[in-house]
Design a protein around this ligand. Structure first.
Ligand code: PLP
Length: 408
């Protein structure tokens, strides 16, 4: 009989959001009248914007005509989109990134999960705790749980920023603005990590999926704002959260040509290696989707993205105000759509999840689902509508949670 990749047996049995979905389903079956408000999963709710929809329709029409029909496209993505990204997301911000360093993909989940394909099995990989589960699980699938992965704690005392690692990791995953904690890294802090990576020959995998939510102009939106980061970092960005592409699927990964790695035959360009990997295992993001992503870079598209982000950040402001009124401690929500709250009264994450669902009919995400350092914390998202978010905050305001406080 065929044997499985045994590392899969080391994964936790359920993907976090399936466990949540199951509990919510059970609750709804028992309480069909309950109007459950979802502030849990990090999915957007606002529809695609007019310029994106127009571009989609036009691209579909092109596909219906022999002269403009497109079959397989370039595995790296069409030049029209790669050029726009290089120009608008980087060069106009004073960052020197070229189209040849940009790889269009169908999602940052795929790319952050697949990047390990090109990295050796002996690398020590540093992953924060708590963390977006994809980094951890994809590495367990690749090298197993027990030897090569070091967890870097992010604790409340440090504002949920990662501790400086004791072992010297070869690969470091950083995600800022952070999912799940909603925290951001200042320029000085990010400079420290870039310096550390350059000094130790490490590679930083920087997930910037939430850069559009940064309101504070001093906070870096790209790791390539840091001097010499092109020698030590790969950046992942997605159209999912800023432009509502969670269902449409488009993202991109920046692999600088200056980036080198060690191999048995000498130094190798990581850009060429990723190109080789993508050309072999990936046949490109659909043409119509890349046309839709291109529309995000039109002046109207850019204005629409700003409007959508402002919409969600208004929810974040409502949640922060509501929690402040409750006297609950929380982090994030200022430059990110996530609010990371400390469960009141010493409740653990899952107890708080159950009580909030039963008493307020609100779904959030238990912090412990993102790692043991998330125990005792809870994530709320700003991705619902104004109306639902306001209603959720109203329910929380009227809730006497103190009856559930753990006796100290
Ligand atoms: C939502 C999210 C992404 C984007 O994933 P896609 O596959 O592009 O939809 C990437 N990283 C983090 C941390 C996220 O929360």
């Amino acid at each position: 009989m065929v044997q499985i990749n045994e590392y899969y047996s080391q994964l936790k049995e359920n993907y976090l959001f399936s466990s949540i979905a199951r509990r919510v389903e059970n609750f709804c079956a028992l309480h069909p009248q309950a109007d459950v408000i979802r502030l849990g999963i990090g999915d957007v709710t606002q529809p695609l914007t007019p310029s994106v929809i127009r571009a989609l329709h036009d691209a579909v029409d092109e596909m219906a005509v022999k002269e403009s029909f497109r079959g397989y496209g370039p595995e790296q993505g069409y030049a029209f989109l790669r050029e726009k990204i290089a120009e608008i997301d980087y060069r106009q911000r004073g960052i020197n990134i070229s189209a040849g360093e940009i790889f269009i993909s169908d999602g940052s989940k795929s790319d952050t999960g697949n990047i390990g394909d090109i990295l050796g099995e002996d690398n020590i990989v540093a992953i924060t705790n708590p963390v977006y589960p994809v980094y951890l699980d994809s590495n367990i699938m690749r090298v197993g749980k027990y030897t090569k992965i070091v967890l870097v704690s992010c604790r409340e005392e440090n504002g949920f920023l990662p501790e400086r690692p004791s072992l010297h990791p070869d690969v470091i995953y950083l995600c800022y603005p952070n999912n799940p904690t909603g925290t951001v890294m200042s320029k000085t802090q990010l400079e420290w990590w870039v310096r550390y990576a350059l000094d130790n020959g490490s590679l930083i995998l920087f997930d910037a999926a939430y850069e559009a939510f940064i309101r504070d102009r001093k906070i870096p939106r790209s790791i390539f704002e840091i001097d010499r980061a092109e020698h030590c970092a790969i950046e992942f960005r997605s159209f999912s959260k800023n432009a509502g592409f969670t269902g449409l699927r488009c993202s991109y990964t920046v692999v600088p040509k200056a980036l080198k790695a060690r191999s048995s035959v000498g130094e190798i360009s990581i850009n060429s290696l990723w190109n080789r990997r993508q050309s072999t295992k990936f046949n490109g993001t659909p043409y119509i989707v890349q046309k839709a992503a291109e529309a995000v870079y039109s002046p109207e598209g850019q204005a629409e993205v700003r409007e959508t982000v402002t919409y969600y950040m208004h929810n974040a402001d409502m949640i922060r105000a509501g929690l402040t009124g409750k006297g609950w401690k929380f982090f994030g929500g200022e430059n990110s759509p996530y609010i990371w709250l400390k469960c009141p009264g010493g409740m653990d994450s899952w107890t708080f999840f159950d009580r909030l669902l039963e008493e307020c009919h609100i779904v959030g995400t238990p912090g412990v689902g993102f790692g043991i350092r998330g125990e005792g914390y809870f994530r709320l998202t700003a991705f619902n509508s104004h109306e639902k978010t306001a209603e959720a905050i109203e329910r929380i305001r009227g809730w006497d949670e103190s009856k559930f406080f753990r006796e100290q």
